[in-house]
Design a protein around this ligand. Sequence first.
Ligand SMILES: Nc1nc2c(ncn2[C@@H]2O[C@H](COP(=O)(O)OP(=O)(O)OP(=O)(O)O)[C@@H](O)[C@H]2O)c(=O)[nH]1
Ligand SMILES: [Mg+2]
Length: 429
Amino acid sequence: MIDVRRPVDRALLVGAPDRDLPKRLAEEHLAELARLTDTAGCSVVGSTAQRIAERHPRYYIGEGKAQEVAALAKETGADLVIFDEELSPAQGKGLEELLGVRVMDRSELILDIFATRARSKEAKMQVELAQLEYLLPRLKRMWTHLSRERGGIGLRGPGETQIETDRRLIGKRISELKRKLEDVTTARAVQRHGRSERFRASLVGYTNAGKSSLLRSLSGADLFVEDRLFATLDSATRTVELGAGHEALVTDTVGFIRKLPHDLVASFRSTLEEAREADVLLHVIDASHSDWEEHFEVVNDVLAELGLAEKDTILVFNKVDRLTHAEEQALRERIEKVGSAPAVFVSALDQGSLGALRDVLRSRVLARLTHVIVHLSAADGEVLAALYREGEVVSRRDEDAQISVTAWVPKPLLGHLAGRAGVRLEDVS
Ligand SMILES: Nc1nc2c(ncn2[C@@H]2O[C@H](COP(=O)(O)OP(=O)(O)OP(=O)(O)O)[C@@H](O)[C@H]2O)c(=O)[nH]1
Ligand SMILES: [Mg+2]
């Protein structure tokens, strides 16, 4: 990939929240946009905002405000203006014509970050697909743009070669990517099937909540952690010891953010498929963030969009080391009162605090096990091996050609055993 970017883009940020959004949240949203801009490798030279009641068809913000932004862009020497809201293709075009510099919206910025941070082939394909879907209705503007300056963020990835800006070719590429991703999805499903009898948990949550840090602390595995938005784009699965010989497979994946572009959510479906098939979701929340409640809602919305709203979920309030004792206490009381889902309070930086999380996970694993005596033929090595591998064997009696194993057996394996010739199950309860 050719990087046609100048060393640093100078970005002017524009917020245009709805009129009734509380001031504190409006400020927080702009601060988050600044972090995203920084993650994309641009410097922020200024920011401005206007609360709007109605979106202008050509500028999103009011015309007078748009003129003001133009003056501010000139004054600050900005070569890029980033809107926190999603601009229609017509608004993007109108604004670029008025401002005379490159205009991006939040979606495009997020797509750009994903494009530069994607590592695995799958993540790269997912991002490319989302970028192309975003680009397609905006082709004309991007072309003007390419011919004007041939550079700037937002042009990396699919936008950067002339050939790819051809609508027909893009359409073809989109179908090709969809097909390839379909294959990956199938391959993953097969892979998951092989692990389907083991207990699986999936970490979900707002970006930067500490998902990777938690998995690192829980499993001892080395995972990439960074105080930046979207540090993780690829999923990773690790085994986590839960004590008393139990374990869980825990998957870490991409974080969510407010106004995550729909194309991106759609194209990351195969990565997030992992969460769909998990036995439980661990919704990680940065309890030290002043806006954790809004983040919590955003994550719930994305989960609903993915059809995961009804999934068994444990709330993991992380970073409690940053709270005072009183703050933590108040939080616990509040959450207990709501009592919608089981909650634990942890710090990824403090091993001692993770015991509570291991305990809830272990109780989930146990709840999934049934206590039975399995009578089988001594020749059936396959079933015997499965019992030792996936179940928890309590005792065993060998009599001639017959073996009786008393064990805690996971439900999927139990179903399998019930239909197997030569195996008899005896309930122990
Ligand atoms: N103080 C404190 N910092 C934490 C804790 N957990 C994570 N962090 C920090 O928070 C930042 C983000 O952590 P990550 O583990 O990368 O967060 P993530 O949820 O995986 O983020 P994405 O991959 O970007 O979605 C890093 O700087 C971590 O060191 C915690 O319990 N306490
Ligand atoms: Mg991460």
